[in-house]
Every structure is written in C-alpha cells, then in structure tokens.
Design a protein around this ligand. Structure first.
Ligand SMILES: NC(=O)c1ccc[n+]([C@@H]2O[C@H](COP(=O)([O-])OP(=O)(O)OC[C@H]3O[C@@H](n4cnc5c(N)ncnc54)[C@H](O)[C@@H]3O)[C@@H](O)[C@H]2O)c1
Length: 266
C-alpha cells in the first residue's frame, strides 16, 4: 500500500528515544521529511543523523514540548527548513511516579499533566494554524492503554491520557472542516527507556520485586494483563502512526485506537 507520505513534513516530539524514535525512523523510511524534536539535543541529533545516513531528509531540534517559546521556535525552524508542516505526532509523555492517589504530591500531579497533556495542547496550538491555512493535515497524539482504562497507582498518568482522548475529539471536531484529522494511538506495553524507569520505580517500591531484573518486572506485568501474552514493539506502534498519517486514513478522525495485545476491548 502506498501511504503517500513521501515528501511530507512531519514533526515528532520526544523522538530522540523509545516510541518517538521508532516513529521517526518509520515515517522517514516512507520518505517523509522528519523533524526530530527532543529535550535532549544529542539524542535528537543522533536519530536525525541515522535518518540522513539512510538517505532521507531530517532536521534535529532541541525543544521542551512543555515550554511555549520552545514549541514556537520548533515550528519556526521547521517552516524555515521545509516551508510546511503536514503531520504532527505528539509523542512526549510518561509518568514520574507510581503510588496511590491519596499519597500523590501536587508536584507529581502537575508535572505529569504538563508532560502528557499541556505538551500536546501547546504543539497543536502552534501547528494547527499552518495546517488550517493549507486545508490539510494529520495530528496523532500518543496516548496509552492508561487513557482507556483506569489503572491503580497511575492516577495522574491515567488522568492525563484520558484527557488526551477528550482533547483529541474536541480538536477533531474543530479542525474537520479544514480536512485535518486528529487521532490518538493507545499502546499497551513497549520496553523503552521510559518503561525501564517505571520498572525501576516498581522495583524500589515493592519488596516482591526487589530480586527481579527490570526486564523481568516488565515481562511479568505484560503476561499478567495482556490477552495476547506479549508486549508490543515500537515498530508496530510506528506502523499504526504511519497509517493514520497517510491518505488512506482520511476518513478516520476523533478516535482513540488501541494497539495493546487486547488489554482494552471496547
Ligand atoms: N513505552 C510504553 O510501553 C508506552 C505505553 C503506552 C504509552 N506510551 C506513551 O508513548 C510515549 C513515548 O513513550 P516512551 O516509552 O517511548 O518514552 P521514553 O521516556 O522512552 O522516551 C521519551 C522521549 O521524550 C523526550 N522528552 C521527555 N520530556 C520531554 C519534553 N518535555 N520535551 C521534549 N522531549 C521530551 C525524552 O528525552 C525521550 O527521548 C509517551 O507519551 C508514553 O506515555 C508508552
């Protein structure tokens, strides 16, 4: 299937590692011009260099997606380099802690909402006007299975990711007349640097995990909750994002789409 992404300009936040990196490499392999935006400059440059080595176009941008000035600059640099923005992937996100809601600090709550929800708002607010002028565009928000069902010990993260689902629907309705689609992708479990951090938090918090490796904690968790009994790969998530970014997906908007081995079923 020709996804017709060749030559399109795409911004992917948090694409120096993990899922964002895989999405960047996946869309670049389809011929997109990929802006690799990340808080960590070196990681953004490394992924961007990988894309260029493979013969595709890329720009590395150091950007804190929770900072409005950084986000505006990311958009300006993209427009200076490529003159347009066709696709935005709001991938930045993650959790800072695990614990019962009654023990959650205001700082952890605020930081989690800011990283997962405010980042998507800021990037959409900055990029959507460019797409509206062009009367075309694709916005894909990376949510989570935690944006589809509540999960004990992940209060702020679940609240933020459920927020992404509502925000996605609002924006999908507001931007539909501009032929811009807005969707959310909800992965289950992928072993990334972000998940490794979570495994370390679980190991530190629960004596039953003390003797286990981080990979074992991840594998146990996956097995216990996933009907298909296995984790997802970052490449599987990238393929779904590529499809949603394509011409083929023009009639899909406002959806939260699960890719989680069957954990959440509608
Ligand atoms: N890994 C999973 O199993 C999983 C499952 C469901 C959903 N998700 C979601 O997928 C997305 C990516 O997760 P991941 O596991 O690949 O994360 P990760 O922590 O492995 O990578 C995140 C990347 O974002 C960058 N980053 C962090 N804060 C930033 C900021 N403020 N501005 C710009 N860049 C920033 C980091 O430097 C890093 O390169 C997140 O939204 C996460 O909630 C992940």
């Amino acid at each position: 299937m020709d996804l017709k992404i060749k030559g399109k300009t795409v911004i992917i936040t948090g694409s120096g590692n993990g899922l964002g990196r895989a999405i960047a490499l996946g869309l670049a392999a389809e011929g997109a011009k990929v802006v690799v935006a990340d808080l960590k400059k070196q990681d953004a440059e490394k992924v961007s260099a990988e894309i260029k080595t493979a013969g595709n176009e890329s720009l590395a941008v150091c950007c804190d997606a929770t900072n409005p000035d950084d986000v505006e600059q990311m958009v300006q640099k993209t427009l200076e380099a490529y003159g347009d923005i066709d696709i935005l992937v709001n991938n930045v996100g993650g959790g800072f802690d695990t614990g019962f809601v009654v023990k959650t600090s205001i700082d952890i709550w605020d930081k989690t909402i800011e990283l997962n929800l405010k980042s998507a708002f800021l990037c959409c607010r900055a990029v959507a006007p460019v797409m509206m002028k062009n009367k075309k565009g694709r916005i894909i928000n990376i949510s989570s299975v935690s944006g589809r069902q509540g999960e004990p010990l992940l209060g702020p993260y679940c609240a933020a990711k459920f927020g992404i689902a509502g925000f996605t629907q609002v924006l999908a309705k507001e931007l539909a007349r501009f032929e811009i689609t807005v969707n959310a992708v909800c992965p289950g479990y992928v072993y990334t640097p972000g998940w490794e951090k979570l495994a370390q938090l679980l190991k530190d918090a629960y004596p039953s995990h003390a003797a286990k490796s981080l990979e074992e904690i991840f594998a146990e968790r996956v097995k216990s909750v996933t009907p298909l009994g296995r984790p997802q790969t970052a490449e599987e998530i990238a393929s779904l994002v590529a499809y949603l970014a394509s011409e083929e997906a023009r009639s899909i908007t406002g959806q939260s789409i699960s890719i989680d081995g069957g954990i959440f079923m509608n």
